[in-house]
Design a protein around this ligand. Sequence first.
Ligand code: ADP
Ligand code: MG
Ligand code: MG
Length: 205
Amino acid sequence: MNASLCVAWFEEAARLVHRDRDRLTRLDAEIGDGDHGTNLDRGLTEVRKALAESPPGSPAEVLTLAGTTLIRRVGGASGPLYGSVFRQMGKTLQSPVTLAAFSAAFEEGVVAVERLGKAALGDKTMVDALAPASRALALAVRDGVGVREAIEQAARAAAEGAEATIPMRARKGRASYLGERSVGHMDPGAASSALFMEALATVVR
Ligand code: ADP
Ligand code: MG
Ligand code: MG
């Protein structure tokens, strides 16, 4: 991966989140405060602007700038949470950016969000999409799967992880205030995480 592929990832993610903004906001209206789509759409618009204004020279710098921008510009839980994923990835990503290096940094990013959000698998959060994606990627690396197929597998795992949040009862974030009433709805952050992975699959295709 080079810097421009990493920029393309955020541009595609911004496009998908913009396209699905109303769906994400609707999901959040069901179990939260109905701002996830607008929060993330605004944040990713700012990320695109920041990347265009001062084009970074490496994938690590792209990730760090994107993460910092999301933390600064997104009011709401998801900004600092996504921001910490990307900043941690930027901090730990080794050069050259092979699939193995990317996978290792992604694992670190997921650990960072789990720590910040004190969330684990099954709590009905973005972790339920990100952790399976990270695991699928690590397994693909272990098995020597090619880049495209590996990212496809990670994107599928994220989408399945998001689907799997529907029957869960939320234990973290605003949705947890609803208790049992959070059951039966997809977690909006897990849905947007699946979009991030779908965007990555699109740009490596
Ligand atoms: P807010 O809840 O502040 O309005 P958003 O609506 O933008 O923020 O984001 C909500 C999403 O953030 C949730 O759907 C969930 O995926 C994620 N989230 C919230 N709290 C946590 C947490 N403690 N750990 C992990 N993810 C969380
Ligand atoms: Mg919200
Ligand atoms: Mg909010």
